[in-house]
Design a protein around this ligand. Structure first.
Ligand code: HEC
Length: 187
């Protein structure tokens, strides 16, 4: 009994212990679910908006719905979920240090087909940094493709709302960015 108590004390004192494989795998599964959910929901809404009306009206989906859906998934899962890129349209989506380093590596070399993750120290504990690759699909070119191919009304609406836009000139298949998820582990 006494031995058990001592073990418990030791475990409590070692909050610093590196997370085990099972914990990391569980965190990664949670992150992957949250990212896939955001991408799926956005894709569906964008497709519907583009089918329904002129593409400049679909800008609201990317502008307002993307952060709203990300927030809702964040609240539901208790995780931080966001979209980021080296070439942003909205400067608020600019990458943090870890995301930038990952995106630069992926751009210079080869990005993984689906996702990637790394356990990092955060505050007094650990955190899983997870990214899910976002590649440009054909339908994204209306707003992110070669500038001369973007309809004039879309170009104007984007220029008005996003004077610092750097998110054009992508071709289908290009690495457009990532959905980035942070999962606290073992805290
Ligand atoms: C109707 C125009 C439109 C279409 C179509 C569109 N986007 Fe966007 N995209 C935007 C706008 C506007 C933003 C800025 C959103 C914001 O303010 O957070 C954006 C932002 C993004 C971002 C976040 C990083 C940044 O640049 O700020 C990613 C990633 C992204 N889009 C990927 C895609 C992908 C992938 C597709 C196709 C599946 C797509 N977009 C289709 C208009 C569009």
């Amino acid at each position: 009994m006494r031995r058990f108590a001592i073990l418990l004390l030791v475990a409590a004192a070692c909050g610093d212990r590196a997370p085990g494989d099972a914990e990391v795998a569980a965190a990664r599964a949670k992150a992957s679910d949250a990212a896939a959910k955001l991408m799926g929901a956005l894709f569906t809404e964008l497709q519907a908006a583009l089918a329904k009306g002129p593409p400049e009206q679909a800008i609201d989906v990317c502008a307002d719905r993307a952060p709203a859906i990300a927030r809702a998934i964040g609240e539901e899962t208790g995780l931080s979920v966001r979209r980021t890129s080296l070439r942003t349209r909205n400067p608020e989506n600019a990458p943090d240090g870890w995301e930038r380093a990952w995106l630069e590596r992926a751009t210079a070399g080869t990005a993984p087909a689906v996702d990637d993750a790394e356990v990092v120290r955060e505050g007094g504990g650990y955190e899983l940094r997870y990214v899910r690759v976002v590649r440009l699909a054909e339908m994204c070119t209306t707003c992110h493709g070669a500038p001369e191919r973007i309809p004039a009304a879309v170009r104007e609406a984007i220029a008005r709302r996003y004077p610092e836009d750097r998110a054009t000139g992508f071709a289908p298949g290009d690495l457009r960015g990532v959905v980035s998820v942070r999962v606290p582990i073992g805290n």
